[in-house]
Write a protein that binds this ligand. Sequence first.
Ligand SMILES: Nc1ncnc2c1ncn2[C@@H]1O[C@H](COP(=O)(O)OP(=O)(O)OP(=O)(O)O)[C@@H](O)[C@H]1O
Ligand SMILES: Nc1ccn([C@H]2C[C@H](O)[C@@H](COP(=O)(O)O)O2)c(=O)n1
Length: 720
Amino acid sequence: MGIVVAIDGPSGSGKSTVSKAVAAELGLAYLDTGAMYRAAAWWCEHEGIDLADAQAVAAAVEAMPLSVGLDPARPVFTCAGQDITEAIREPHIAAVVSAVATNLAVRAELARRQREIISAERQGHDSSFSGGAGIVAEGRDITTVIAPDADARLLVTASQEARLARRADELERAGKAVEAADLRDQVLRRDRDDSTVSQFLTALEGVTLVDTSELSLDESIARVLDLVEQAVDEAAAQDAEEDLRAQAMRLGLEDYELDEEDRALLEADGDAPAAERVEPGLPVLAVVGRPNVGKSTLVNRVLGRRVAVVQDTPGVTRDRVSYPAEWAGRRFTIVDTGGWEVDVKGLEASVAAQAEVAVEMADAVLLVVDAQVGITETDARVVSMLRRSGKPVVLAANKVDSPAQEGDAAALWNLGLGEPFPVSALHGRGSGEVLDAVMEALPEVSAVAGAAPEGDLHRIALVGRPNVGKSSLLNAIAGAERVVVNETAGTTRDPVDEIIELEGRKWVFVDTAGIRRRVKQSRGADYYAVLRTQGAIEKAEVAVVLLDASETITEQDVRVIQQAVDAGRALVLVNNKWDLVDEERRGMLDWEVEHDLAHVSWAPHINLAARTGWHTNRLVRALDAALEGWRTRVPTGRLNGFLGELQSATPHPVRGGKQPRILFATQAQVAPPRIVIFTTGFLDAGYRRFIERRLREEFGFVGTPIQIGVRVREKRKRGR
Ligand SMILES: Nc1ncnc2c1ncn2[C@@H]1O[C@H](COP(=O)(O)OP(=O)(O)OP(=O)(O)O)[C@@H](O)[C@H]1O
Ligand SMILES: Nc1ccn([C@H]2C[C@H](O)[C@@H](COP(=O)(O)O)O2)c(=O)n1
């Protein structure tokens, strides 16, 4: 993680000059937030907006197409493609900028953009200038509002006389000398106005005051560099202390019963891998069969130990789980299903349906039959379902644990699927042969998985109930009528993955069809909508869930959101059709969001109108924020330090005379973040929610579900 240096102070104190020099010296990006306010004033004038009209100014700034330069050697600002670096330094802009900077809606919008820039530099986003080294950000409210958690927070100031003299000198050198009254207006009046909305005249707790009145410019820079170095050293010392404490906690865990999986988790500590995810483009093998015939054991056999790590992933995928697999040097996706039964109802029916979906979305099928039981009515019905699908099938005769049982396997020729391969998934017997047969059945290029995206592009699913505007949004951002749009709900049919360039970067918008209406025609349209959505979400990293802002939020909307959360994908919410929203509806919508979507308040939520293109440019920022949250990795020392403090301040309530204690925690995975907490007792759901809320406050995790796993461990008996 990069460092963040926040510097504020009054006009003419030298904060911009010092900040640039410090950024250049340390190889960091430089953010001049004052220039953003100046750009906002320039843009409003350019657009002919009356600066006294607060609402019009706010609306114009929200839509301002500003590109912020972060190079300390020359921070170039462009707006709507025009270089405005010089124009925003004109005295005229300095004279009017406070009118914009004191507009609270403008401040909120620019604060959002500033935080995103800072965060991108800290995290080292693809788009970052410093490549993750960090940033020096300066401006009136940086240490207090924008980056109160910066590594170094400094208030650079100087006496009024010094500031006036410096500004006069500067203007004179630039050949722009002004009258004393104008100078006082530019420096003192502006500070007076600006101080009505932000505090930058006295150093708050945690902010170091640097008075440069008596210092030369070089001395000022050296002083700030010293303070930054000191802050970085202190942060490193704190990290080291937290690491030591975490190591002690980890050692303490040895007094508790730990199983093999715990140990695997603890060994991988500090190197939380991304959640295993199937790669688009690879051939797909579905493993189906009756419940309990040994499908999962066979899948485990193919995957080795890795499956143990992913097994407890919560959510809808329980009935249909995809894993990346490899055999004989070929990579493919293996899909484990929950078990297929005939004429079942309720949960079993949905498990059976998922197996059908898995077949529909596969290139080949591995049918597992229990050779010891022989052919059952259900097996015969599975075979008819497979014949209807037209997919190549390999038949595994499982539970053939010895050569003597091979006759049981031969009886399965009667299924009419060709040679049954005898295997013992439990002991590994015959699994090589069956996998060789699978490799022959699988095509080199998948017919169902969609093309593998070029390069390492982010994959986005645009999902939502019918007619919320998915196709319109795709068209609006792609800039062409690529997808058929119709007012009739559910017009989208089998679209393909789209590669779309947004803000200079390519993104894959995944196929939202994923599955055609081939599986038992009798099922309702809603059912297929759910499956299509699920297929798209599973292929993506981020689910963008569209809502129709002009209509009441429905159960179906909430369900689609839940599908994304359950699948562990990053989430962005979009209120589409904003052009149809009036004051009254806006109030209702606020209430509905608070009421129905409070559980996903961590997701970026943007308003746009796909039909007119209004605010569609906000999508990229929201996607970046969600992807960043999704990939957030909290170092073990930090995590345990944080949980330790949280537990001391707010211990778990006593339950039945016992008080569960957190022993140690580790982040087992990113994308989505999964935190495993070892405890002495079960943690109440309320306490887990509290931990999640505090984790979000501390580490961000914007736009991502957080999976919290609790492992209750008993103290080891003496002598063991
Ligand atoms: N000791 C000093 N420390 C910092 N700057 C100095 C010093 N002495 C002279 N200066 C000069 O003061 C001028 C004003 O500095 P600068 O523009 O960086 O101030 P600022 O605080 O960023 O003002 P504003 O908020 O109006 O942008 C610059 O020309 C800078 O070179
Ligand atoms: N974070 C910030 C940065 C600047 N402003 C105001 C202060 C000035 O009126 C204007 C331009 O700033 P300058 O370039 O002179 O530093 O923007 C603010 O309110 N908050």
